[in-house]
Design a protein around this ligand. Structure first.
Ligand SMILES: Cc1cc2nc3c(=O)[nH]c(=O)nc-3n(C[C@H](O)[C@H](O)[C@H](O)COP(=O)(O)O)c2cc1C
Length: 260
């Protein structure tokens, strides 16, 4: 019986969070504690000494987002088991899971299982959907059943630790971010500042105008997805081209994969 589960995640548009929560539900833990790093500017300064951790990240360019790595710098664990989640937008997860395995192992967790799940792509729009509305009911059910399978494995003391996880070392080169950010349509914007309140990189300031510090934008599109007036748009030509490529090549539904 798992008594305590720590849900540790970075999830600007909340698809990773949904999967992590479903796995926790399937595990049947009596006590779940959320450690949401999305808006935790200073990071998490904590040592995990008991229970089990579910650690979730969105895949950015086939890697673990750099901002997540910064936020777990002061986090450590005393050998407790960890379940890993890489949430990707129906393209590929490439080296993200092996990188996550390596980083959490270096922090003192014992990786017992890992999964790659699909969520709506950050660049998805109504007109150009990419994995729109995922995780859907079937994805959530899969995540829950995966949690139950992990609990069974733990109770029966079976499984090889750490599990075989696909991906390469050295990891693929990190794609540079910076300089590209969503724009605000001032005809629709009411200056409500929702964009600033949801931005995980704290790069949006709303006063008499909306000012976005593009150099430090991580392109997560939380401001676009949560703007109540649909006034934020990611329409930089680099992203437009990427979106077109994704719609053309990555529209065939992919299913979650588990490594136990
Ligand atoms: C900068 C950036 C890079 C991304 N790179 C990938 C990728 O390499 N492969 C992929 O399938 N999805 C990629 N995505 C899509 C995200 O992994 C996906 O939208 C995820 O659901 C976001 O998680 P969240 O809802 O927890 O924020 C990328 C998204 C962003 C913003």
């Amino acid at each position: 019986m798992i008594t305590k589960t720590h849900l540790i995640y970075f999830s600007p548009t909340k698809t990773t969070k949904k999967i992590v929560e479903q796995i926790a539900a399937g595990l049947g833990s009596l006590d779940s504690e959320h450690h949401d790093l999305t808006r935790m500017d200073a990071g998490l300064d904590m040592q995990f000494v008991d229970g089990l951790a579910i650690i979730g990240i969105p895949v950015y360019a086939g890697r673990v987002p750099e901002i997540f790595l910064n936020r777990i710098q002061n986090l450590s664990a005393a050998g407790i088991p960890a379940v890993l989640v890489a949430l990707y937008g129906n393209r590929e997860f490439e080296d993200a899971l092996v990188e996550l395995r390596d980083v959490v192992t270096s922090k003192g967790f014992t990786v017992i299982a890992a999964g790659a799940f699909v969520g709506e792509h950050s660049y998805s729009t109504g007109k150009q959907p990419i994995a729109a509305n995922r995780p859907d009911v079937a994805d959530l059910q899969n995540a829950k059943e995966y949690g139950t399978a992990i609990a069974k494995q733990l109770n029966e003391n079976i499984g090889a630790f750490p599990p075989e996880i696909p991906g390469g070392v050295p990891y693929k080169e990190r794609a540079p971010l910076g300089g590209i950010a969503p724009e605000t349509n001032r005809e629709l914007c009411t200056l409500c500042a929702t964009c600033a309140k949801v931005c995980p990189a704290f790069v949006i300031r709303v006063d008499r105008d909306v000012i976005t510090e593009a150099d430090n934008c991580i392109m997560c599109c939380a401001c676009v997805k949560y703007c109540p007036e649909k006034a934020r748009e990611m329409k930089h030509p680099v992203v437009e081209a990427r979106r077109e490529m994704l719609v053309k090549n990555c529209s065939k539904r992919k299913e979650p994969e588990y490594f136990l």
